[in-house]
Design a protein around this ligand. Structure first.
Ligand SMILES: CSC[C@@H](O)[C@H](O)C(=O)COP(=O)(O)O
Ligand SMILES: [Zn+2]
Length: 246
């Protein structure tokens, strides 16, 4: 970035599909779903060697393109201070989720990662007290089939059991980065990571796939929670057809 260039050209575009235009638009949609209320949650988009990230602690439904941070990927000095291609001139800090989003880029080569505080995700972490949320045989709207192995691989089938690891929430974001990293290594097929009493991180090859998978997973968290509360089994063996007497 030259001294005369404040980097605005990296976020000002008439293209509605430019990440700096998409992030505000998508956050408004996520707000309506209750995924990013109270300034929590968010989305990042990576296009090749540029990562676009929203500011921290702001009303996520009111973000504008000029508020967006742009970072180089990979970071030239990963062990030291974060490097930016563009920082907003306002008194803003990049999302606290940045190190967690980076896990999705580095471990899954993701093009986008979404973090929600959806109550469905939070309830799933409370009703599945183990380290895994599991559900199978959900044909409805192809929700299991809408999820990809590892978030970026082949689509799951109706017969696959969906497993999403649950990590414990931590007050320190660096600890969350490390435990999310460990869970992603332990569960290479998982398309997301639930954080107990907090929410979920979901990634995909690009923002469309990350968004679709977050929607599918959120649906599965919601129906799983409802089934569990109704006393219905959320996992069936392969030969069972899903009809359950109540
Ligand atoms: C890495 S923990 C903090 C975040 O997960 C936080 O809870 C959150 O949802 C959003 O933080 P923000 O810094 O406002 O983008
Ligand atoms: Zn959060």
């Amino acid at each position: 970035m030259s001294p005369s260039d404040n980097g605005d050209a990296l976020v000002i575009s008439s293209d509605p599909y430019h990440p700096a235009n998409l992030i505000p638009e998508l956050c408004r949609g996520f707000y309506q779903l209750g995924w990013v209320t109270g300034t929590g949650g968010g989305i990042t988009i990576r296009l090749g060697e540029k990562v676009y990230i929203a500011p921290s602690g702001v009303q996520k439904e009111r973000i504008e393109p000029i508020h967006i941070f742009v970072l180089p990927y990979p970071q030239p000095y990963p062990e030291t201070d974060r490097v930016f291609l563009r920082r907003p001139s306002l008194n803003l800090k990049e999302s606290a989720c940045t190190p967690l989003f980076w896990n999705a880029f580095e471990l899954r080569d993701a093009g986008s990662c979404i973090h929600t505080h959806s109550q469905h995700a939070v309830m799933a972490t409370l009703l599945w007290p183990s380290g895994e949320f599991k559900i199978s045989h959900q044909e409805v709207n192809q929700m299991i089939k809408g999820v990809r192995v590892g978030g970026t691989g082949r689509a799951l089938s109706y017969l696959d059991t969906l497993v999403v690891p649950i990590i414990e929430n931590t007050p320190n974001e660096e600890d969350l980065k490390d435990s999310m990293h460990a869970a992603m290594v332990k569960y290479p097929d998982a398309a997301g990571i639930l954080v107990r009493r907090h929410g979920v991180y979901v990634w995909g090859n690009d923002w469309e796939k990350a968004k679709a998978q977050t929607e599918c997973l959120d649906y599965l968290f919601e129906i799983g929670v409802k089934m569990k509360l109704a006393g219905l089994p959320t996992e069936l063996s392969g030969e069972q057809n899903g009809n359950v007497a109540i």
